[in-house]
Design a protein around this ligand. Sequence first.
Ligand code: GLA
Length: 386
Amino acid sequence: MTTIKDICHKAFVEKFGAEPTMYEYAPGRVNIIGEHTDYNGGFVLPCAIKYGTCMYAKPNNSNQIRVLAVDMQNDYDEFELATVIEKHPTKLWVNYLRGVAYQLCEKFGDRVKGLDIAIKGDVPPGAGLSSSASLEVCFGHLLSSAFNLNVPLMDIALIGQAAEAYIGMKCGIMDQAISANGTKDHCLRIDCKSYGLTQVAVPSNLVILILNSNIKHQLVGSEYNDRRESCEKAASIMGVPLLRDATMDLLNQYKDKMDDETYRRARHVITEDERVLKASDAFEKGDLTTLAHLMYESHESMRDDFEITVKETDGLVEIVKEALGVQKAAVRQTGGGFGGCVVAVVEPQMVDVVKKAVEAKYKAISGIDATIFETTACAGATFTKL
Ligand code: GLA
């Protein structure tokens, strides 16, 4: 079978007329629970998935990044490494790279040098599985490894996050942190205030399923930043630096001082943080009933309080719940929201039951088919010298 690695290698040789000397890979992610908590300093529980971004590269003895994007019909861009790197006026894909290079050049100056690069990925775009974070982390880790910059993995993640801000998306740290730090067979509980990382083993009695609604979400838009602003507003009304520092008691004391929407946004985040901690324990123990309960609550909270679900993902969640029963359906929308994927943690023998139920019922709600795949928890960014 031809892999993305093979295709990327071939494209590199064809474009640059030489063999690459290095290879980098960084995965996408799925979040088990903890949505829109990261930029509030809270907790998340993602794992790296079996899809990601790969790059073949070779130093080109210049101060230029020359890059071929196989997935963008072999679109090509080159830019100078300098203390200020301008955004490309039209090519979004290369701005993720420009943003990362900008950060690294600011820190390391001319220790960052030119590379010829071919990129290919297989994270479905617009599915909320962090194709852009995997691109940023892949490139950041490649540059760091190629030129011995020894940037710690969490700093690579922060550089990726800054590249998103450069493009206009004020995201949190979750996606880049897991893409950089993923560990095989483990989820990672991330404390997004201290950046503390706790590995949580995937229990042997459960598997992780991803159900793509095939309703594309587009995060470089105002909805995400609006949610973030509401959270900041709620924190400021309560006089705390971050919603992580608030409790439901405190929020209720201030209920009259904020509008209903701001109150509900904050309620989602505060209750979601509590759910992540409980769910992480239940997951580790393989306690499916408790996990199912918490994940369903998380979905309801995203649907009713944070208002980031769509009828198709709501529908998928209900289909899985109906097929497996409340006790066995640990299922919720995952990622930034407004479409994208649903994640389900289920017993292995239930995978077919879920698939059949979705095949039978999803099209009636959405007019399209869902795509379902199982993933193991995978390793984070990996550099190889060839
Ligand atoms: C996107 C962002 C993350 C996080 C999630 C929601 O994936 O990039 O930082 O906020 O949405 O949990």
